[in-house]
Write a protein that binds this ligand. Structure first.
Ligand code: SF4
Length: 326
């Protein structure tokens, strides 16, 4: 690991001023960042420790729940307001990482974790995301874990965050602070597709700090669910996952929001799948139509074609849970 300077910031304004310098970055739980630095995937010459900033805690206020960016995954997952009002969020957090990592990892850090693409994590391999223009060996190589949706000729890496999938389905808003001041970004606009620039993963500017995430509390969110399919039950990233918010009325779907993980280069909301369900009973015909709409533009590769039927089955599974309870 390269040497770096370390500063513990006690005010958000100080932190963002320091982080605006070239090759500086924030550190909170450090559960991803330190591994990336040890493996020479990321190099920083200055880390600004933000753990002393007043950005922790869960607050219920005026129809929304505010999650401080420094709140730990484990604390948010078991918070009574989150369990009651946003079950999909609690379930997604508890399905992510190990208990030890959840005790360390922050909400803001979770949203910014880097892809688990093994070529990206191996600094001896070419990778457009780590080194723009060097190539993408995953496209013709080992791509079992890679995306079937949202990829480009330059990158097909999957976004790894379960939390981000749940927040996408919930329609959350990310709040930030930079040297230019505060701003609010809908989570739907927070992540960017790889296109020609896979090293650009979010709309955050250099030195911009996530301060909190606001999640609307609605009737739809109160009955939400998360389903994650993974290779082992203890601690693993999603092969496919689904966050579903469904409101039934008169035997048909009145309102629905669906987001998917493990299959796309960013947390993936499928409006087409949602539209296939609106106004219809949650029967096999409607569920099959939603699954078909979801994968209509899928681009499977040599080793990940199995994700096409798998994500449709996961969708069917979770929708049937709502169907049983209507
Ligand atoms: Fe790099 Fe993306 Fe290709 Fe993986 S899929 S090797 S992250 S460019």
């Amino acid at each position: 690991m390269d040497g770096f300077a370390y500063t513990r910031a006690d005010q958000p304004e100080t932190a963002v001023r320091l982080a605006a310098q070239p090759r500086a970055d924030f550190i909170a739980g450090g559960t991803d960042l330190l591994n990336l630095m040890k493996d020479s995937v990321e190099r920083h010459n200055h880390l600004i420790d933000i753990n002393s900033l007043p950005l922790s805690g869960v607050r219920e206020t005026g129809g929304r729940i505010e999650l401080g960016a420094l709140s730990r995954m484990s604390d948010v997952a078991v918070h009574p307001a989150v369990r009651r009002g946003l079950p999909v969020l609690s379930q997604a957090l508890l399905a992510g990482a190990s208990p030890q990592l959840r005790n360390m990892a922050s909400i803001g850090g979770n949203l910014l974790q880097r892809t688990r693409c093994w070529y990206f994590r191996d600094a001896t391999m070419p990778c457009n995301k780590r080194e723009p223009g060097s190539g993408c060996p995953a496209i013709e190589g080992l791509n079992r874990w890679h995306a079937i949706l949202g990829g480009s000729d330059h990158c097909i890496a999957v976004h790894p965050s379960d939390l981000a999938v749940a927040l996408t389905a919930l329609g959350a808003t990310v709040h930030t602070l930079s040297v230019d001041g505060p701003r609010s970004i809908p989570v739907a606009d927070f992540y960017v597709s790889p296109g020609h620039t896979p090293h650009v993963e979010t709309v955050l500017r250099p030195g911009e700090l996530i301060t909190r995430v606001d999640v609307p509390v609605t009737e739809l969110a109160a009955g939400s669910r998360y389903l994650k399919v993974r290779d082992r039950a203890t601690f693993e990233f999603a092969v496919v996952s689904v966050a579903a918010l469904v409101r039934m009325g008169g035997g048909v779907v009145r309102e629905v929001r669906l987001a998917f993980g493990g299959v796309a280069t960013r947390p993936w909301r499928s409006v087409a799948a949602e539209q296939a369900l609106i106004g219809r009973p949650l029967d096999e015909v409607a569920i099959r139509a939603a699954g078909a709409a979801l994968v209509r533009d899928a681009q499977p590769r040599e080793h990940n074609a199995f994700k096409v039927p798998l994500v449709q089955r996961a969708l069917s599974d979770i929708l049937n849970q709502f169907g049983r309870n209507r």
